[in-house]
Design a binder for this molecule. Structure first.
Ligand SMILES: C[S@@+](CC[C@H](N)C(=O)[O-])C[C@H]1O[C@@H](n2cnc3c(N)ncnc32)[C@H](O)[C@@H]1O
Length: 286
């Protein structure tokens, strides 16, 4: 059984609508849970499909329920193992040290959490969090199998509504997770709230290739080859077509940087990896 948000459990703030520990409602614009959506906009993207906003999380859940068992194998196959280098770079840019408290959102099977667990040591804490119970269970089993125990907490949570106190984490990461979140600005605002002053957010995500020839090659690979590999390995072509489409619908480098700034993060910058196929965004809360 995956523990549900314990020991982090807070009531919804009547000011910002997010769960946190402040006894009084938020008044700061930084905490107002702003989103890009107006009340008329009740639809969102699921890959290239337009779907009712409240259906997206369920559709994303079906994708990860379906691929959970073969997730690690598919990651290696799809990226030719390069995802390990992208993750290593994210860890280096995080600057996480012994004794720190890290929140790994959309942690999946826990590649980032595993490394953070070693870095923070026995005085630190890694909160391993994902919205999806199948992924979380798989990740938790893997952590135990690999001997990562004692400084990990498992919390099933939606990145948009974080059940953690304000000013709580030294570092928050979200690796290949943000593009699946329905309201990305809401998630960035929530992350800002739970970061402590001096803390930083790292977003590791697919992004926009920086050269036209690479973009063309990447399109051919992701729309022709990727769904076929998905079909062969997981018998699920549709989930891997969603992957390719969701990458194209994700904000590009500059747009995501602006969204992080809108959430209140400062010194925001990004690092293109593999010609911009992937980017790491980093921003600080001061
Ligand atoms: C592609 S996996 C990434 C896993 C891992 N971080 C990695 O880099 O290998 C994306 C993860 O995002 C999770 N996810 C999707 N929507 C989410 C949300 N709204 N809040 C938190 N996690 C979410 C999925 O359940 C899935 O485990």
């Amino acid at each position: 059984m995956v523990r549900q948000a314990a020991p982090y459990r807070f009531n919804k703030c009547v000011g910002c609508g997010l769960p946190h520990q402040k006894p009084e409602p938020c008044t700061s614009a930084r905490y107002n849970g702003q989103t890009n959506m107006t009340s008329e906009e009740k639809t969102t993207h699921f890959g290239y499909e337009t779907v009712p906003t409240d259906e997206k999380a369920g559709r994303v859940r079906q994708v990860f329920d379906s691929v959970a068992n073969k997730y690690d194998l598919m990651n290696d196959l799809m990226s030719f193992g390069i995802h390990r280098l992208w993750k290593r770079q994210a860890i280096e840019l995080s600057g996480v040290r012994k004794g720190q408290r890290v929140l790994d959102l959309a942690a999946g099977t826990g590649d980032l959490s595993a490394r953070f667990s070693g870095l923070v040591g026995s005085d630190g804490l890694v909160v391993f969090s994902d919205i999806n119970a199948a992924m979380l269970t798989r990740g938790r089993d893997r952590m135990a199998d690999e001997g990562h125990i004692g400084n990990l907490e498992y919390v099933q949570a939606d990145a948009q509504y974080l059940p953690f106190p304000d000013d709580h984490f030294d570092c928050v990461t979200i690796g290949f997770g943000l593009r699946n979140v329905t309201d990305k600005q809401l998630a960035l605002n929530a992350i800002f709230r739970v970061l402590r002053p001096g803390g930083r957010l790292l977003v590791l995500e697919f992004s926009k290739p920086t050269s036209k020839p690479l973009e063309k090659l990447y399109d051919i690979y992701s729309f022709s080859l990727l769904p076929k590999i998905g079909k062969l390995v997981t018998n699920d072509e549709a989930s891997y077509r969603y992957l390719a489409e969701s990458i194209r619908m994700h904000p590009d480098q500059e747009t995501l940087k602006a969204m992080m700034e809108q959430a209140g993060l400062e010194r925001c910058e990004y690092f293109n990896l593999t010609g911009g196929v992937v980017a790491i965004h980093r921003g600080y809360k001061f």
